[in-house]
Structure formats: structure tokens, C-alpha cells
Design a protein around this ligand. Structure first.
Ligand code: SF4
Length: 469
């Protein structure tokens, strides 16, 4: 899916020079989108403006993602589409940023030598100065040092919803999952100091942000190498003290690092949402070993038990991979049986496909036929959906607090928002709906993914609500 990040905040004055009009295409995961947001904020501070048409831009940037299939080919194709224009307009600046830029820097600088900039995952904070440097260069400028200390000071939220912001707490990953390219493209795990993060959250709260999502590749291992007992629990407890922030959650967690201290903080902090995304990837021990996930099924189940002891009604989401090299029917059946054993509320299911640069691509054969992958994908999704549908029934008759987001995409006579456990909630629109405000919905119907109901009071704020559980 192509995403052009919706960050324009005001119409551009006619006298803004072309050299300071930026077109920016963003691909990939939430981390990539946040990186793009941070890059754009840095550019805006230096007088650049975002435009939505590349023909109107003097700077064209493309934030790449290695997780996408044929990522290098796509980047080359996109860059090639600008080749003729670059020949006619030498002052045009064209740059690649992100994971592919980091991982494939040499191949890219040979295959698309007319581009001006290749900026990796640890140097994007220098983007404005790199663009200026590239203006005087005749060859491609490479900024791909993996040891570079990434520094950014974020003043405000440029994301699509003014009341919600992602906050990066760490970069990189120390794990070695055999299917994953992240440790190569983003390097070893580095955590930001807690004071810096909480200052950023305070600034965001001052601009009207109410909900924070902490982001990291293994976000719950946050704090490693910071010492003095600093962990994700430190941040959750810190957010509890920040006026204006009403909700917070974090993605993506690794089962290995869901420790008692963190679970305790999740249970005690009123602003932490009753929601956890905890990717399991497979229910089979032999598959988990081949993926090098560093836990087995019983460890995962033990962690879930510990979590539900403290937060019995927590909503659980996960990820599965189907069709990983060598996956037997028996191994797949172990994933299937885990769905009901855990009682997942939601799952993403990915059909395995090899990614260049990963261990599974180099050393394992992609030997599961596509039709088998598709069939397993379908079967697993159906199992999760049936499980979620039956689990959602417990909400009927309950009142849930919802952060209103806007009209439903499917039916404009209804509004949509998120409950405190991240579930989508839909209700008939009323005259006084306001995006970013809290409302109370009494649930009268559910599906596998959604709660439906009626607003039962006027506009309300959280401290005055009586939520029935
Ligand atoms: S934990 Fe595994 S899957 Fe997640 S980013 Fe690290 S290496 Fe990749």
C-alpha cells in the first residue's frame, strides 16, 4: 500500500521557493511513518513545506521499507521515474531514506546514480543539512552510519489525528529472529533517556494530544543499558503524572520481556489501556526454534497467565506467520489450537515470503506451496475471528468509554472511535460529535472486530465517568 503521509498543516504561500517544497512518499510500518513525521518536522523548522504533487516539489523523498516484497526493485523503479526530470532540472533533489536505503545503499548508488541522497535509519535527524550539502554535490551523498547518535527534539504532533501521537522510545533490536531484516537495517537496540521521552510527551500534551503510543521494535525491553532499574514501567508511571494525557499503550512487545514489574505497572497505571499486542508467530515449539524466537509455547502461555492474573479482562492481539520454511501440518495445527487456548481478541496473519538479507532466506528453502500458505492463512484468520466474536459477546450491555475519531468509513450516519482496550466502537451520529472527545457508549451488538451501541450521556470527560465492568 502506498501512503503519502497526511501532514500538511496550512496552505502554502505562493512565494515559497520550489527548492523548499517537499514531496514525501512513506512506506512501511508505524516506525517508518513516525521517522517520516520526525524528518518532516525537522524540515519544517528549516522553512520547508510539504506538497502533495511531485511536479510541484523541488525536493522529492521516498522513505523505504525492507519488509515489503521486492523493496529494492520498487525503490529503483520509483527513482527511475524521476530520471528524465532530474536531467532537465539538475537543481531538483531526489533522496531515498529508511530501511532499504540503509540496507541496500551500495546497490542503490550504483543502480540509480542520478539520485542525490541516500539517508539511513540512524542519520535522518540531519536531513535538512544533508539536503543543503547535496545541492553542491555531483555524486550521490551517502549518510548511512549505523553508529551515529540519532538526536531529535520533537515539538509537536504532525500525525493525522491531533489527539493521538506515536512516541519512539528506542531504536533497533538485539534479537535474531531468522525471518527478520530489522536488526540489519536498524542496528542494535538503543533506548532514549526517560527524561527526554517524558519531556516530549509533556510537550505533546500541551498541544492537545490525549493518547500516546510508545513505539519500539521490542518496546518492552526498553531501558536495556540505561541502568538504575529503568524500564518501560518507568515510562508508564511517568505518563500517569502528565496532565492532559488520558491514555497510553505501547507496540510492539516481545514475550521474552513481559516481566512482572511491567505487568504490575500496566495493572496499576490508570492511563495504560487494557490492551496488549504480543506477537507469538507460531504455536509450535519446533517452529519457534527455527524462527529463533527464544521462547516456547509453554513460556508464552505462562506469560499470558501472569498477565491475566493482574488484568483479567485485557484485550490480547497477536501475530502469526504461516508457511514458514518446513512448516508441517502438525506444526500448523499447534498454531490453530493456540488460538482457543489463549483466547485472542485479534490477530494479524502473515504468509511467509523470504526477505533478502535474512537468515531464513539464506539458509532455508521456501518450500511451502502458495496455495497451502493461503489456505492456512484463511483457516487461522477464521479461527481467530470465531474466537473474537464469542469473546466480544461479554461487552453486550456494558458501557465503554470511547475516544471519538470521526465518521465511520463505511457509513457516514455513524461515528467511530476506540474503546479503552483499543476496540473499534460504532454508534449513530449525534449533532454534538467532536473528534478527539470522550463519549460513553452502551454496547448492544458486537461482531468479531467491532462493538456497536448508543451514546448514553452527553459529552463527558473520563474522571466523571462511571464505567460498569
Ligand atoms: S524481535 Fe525479531 S521480529 Fe521483532 S524486530 Fe527484532 S528480530 Fe525482528
Amino acid at each position: 500500500m502506498k501512503l503519502t503521509y497526511p501532514m500538511q498543516t496550512a496552505p502554502i504561500a505562493a512565494d515559497v521557493p520550489r527548492s523548499h517544497r517537499v514531496y514525501f512518499e512513506v512506506f512501511g510500518c508505524q516506525m517508518n511513518k513516525l521517522d517520516a513525521e520526525l524528518m518532516l518536522e525537522g524540515l519544517k523548522r528549516k522553512g520547508y513545506f510539504l506538497v502533495h504533487d511531485p511536479d510541484d516539489a523541488g525536493v522529492i523523498l521516498y522513505n523505504t521499507c525492507s519488509v515489503r516484497e521486492h523493496a529494492e526493485e520498487r525503490a529503483v523503479m520509483r527513482m527511475t521515474s524521476f530520471k528524465k526530470r532530474k536531467q532537465q532540472e539538475p537543481e531538483l533533489i531526489i533522496g531515498l531514506t529508511g530501511c532499504v536505503a540503509q540496507h541496500k545503499q551500495e546497490q542503490l548508488s550504483q543502480r540509480v546514480p542520478w539520485i542525490d541522497l541516500i539517508v539511513g535509519t540512524r542519520e535522518f535527524d540531519r536531513l535538512p543539512e544533508l539536503i543543503e550539502e547535496a545541492r553542491g554535490e555531483s555524486s550521490t551523498l551517502l549518510a548511512t552510519d549505523m553508529d551515529s547518535p540519532l538526536e531529535f527534539v520533537r515539538q509537536r504532533n504532525l500525525g493525522p489525528n491531533r489527539w493521538h501521537a506515536f512516541v519512539s522510545v528506542m531504536r533497533g533490536c538485539d534479537m535474531v529472529c531468522t525471518y527478520c531484516i530489522v536488526p540489519t537495517t536498524r542496528g542494535k537496540e538503543v533506548s532514549r533517556p526517560p527524561d527526554e521521552i517524558l519531556d516530549e510527551v509533556r510537550r505533546l500534551a500541551d498541544t492537545g494530544v490525549k493518547e500516546i503510543t510508545f513505539l519500539g521494535q521490542t518496546v518492552n525491553s526498553y531501558g536495556k543499558r540505561l541502568g538504575q532499574g529503568v524500564g518501560l514501567d518507568t515510562l508508564l508511571r511517568g505518563v500517569e503524572e502528565i496532565d492532559g494525557i488520558e491514555r497510553c499503550h505501547f507496540i510492539t512487545s516481545h514475550p521474552r520481556f513481559l516481566r512482572p514489574k511491567l505487568i504490575q505497572a500496566m495493572a496499576e497505571c490508570t492511563k495504560v489501556m487494557d490492551y496488549l499486542h504480543l506477537p507469538v508467530q507460531s504455536g509450535s515449539d519446533s517452529m519457534l526454534a527455527r524462527m529463533k524466537r527464544t521462547y516456547d509455547r509453554s513460556f508464552y502461555l505462562h506469560v499470558i497467565d501472569r498477565l491475566r492474573e493482574k488484568i483479567p479482562d485485557i484485550t490480547l492481539a497477536t501475530d502469526f506467520i504461516v508457511g514458514f520454511p518446513g512448516e508441517t501440518q502438525e506444526e500448523f495445527d499447534r498454531s490453530l489450537s493456540l488460538v482457543s487456548e489463549v483466547g485472542f481478541d485479534h490477530s494479524y496473519v502473515f504468509q511467509y515470503s523470504p526477505r533478502p538479507g535474512t537468515v531464513s532466506d539464506a539458509r532455508m528453502s521456501d518450500d511451502i506451496p502458495l496455495d497451502v500458505k493461503k489456505q492456512r492463512n484463511h483457516q487461522l484468520l477464521a479461527a481467530v475471528s470465531a474466537e473474537a466474536e464469542s469473546r466480544n459477546q461479554r461487552f453486550i450491555g456494558r458501557r465503554v468509554e470511547v475516544l471519538a475519531e470521526g465518521p465511520s468509513r463505511l457509513d457516514e450516519s455513524r461515528w467511530a472511535g476506540r474503546a479503552g482496550d483499543h476496540r473499534i466502537v460504532i454508534w449513530p451520529v449525534q449533532d454534538d460529535e467532536e473528534a478527539g472527545s470522550f463519549v460513553v457508549i452502551e454496547v448492544d451488538r458486537t461482531s468479531s472486530a467491532t462493538l456497536y451501541g448508543q451514546r448514553v450521556t452527553g459529552p463527558t470527560q473520563r474522571p466523571t465517568l462511571q464505567i460498569s465492568k
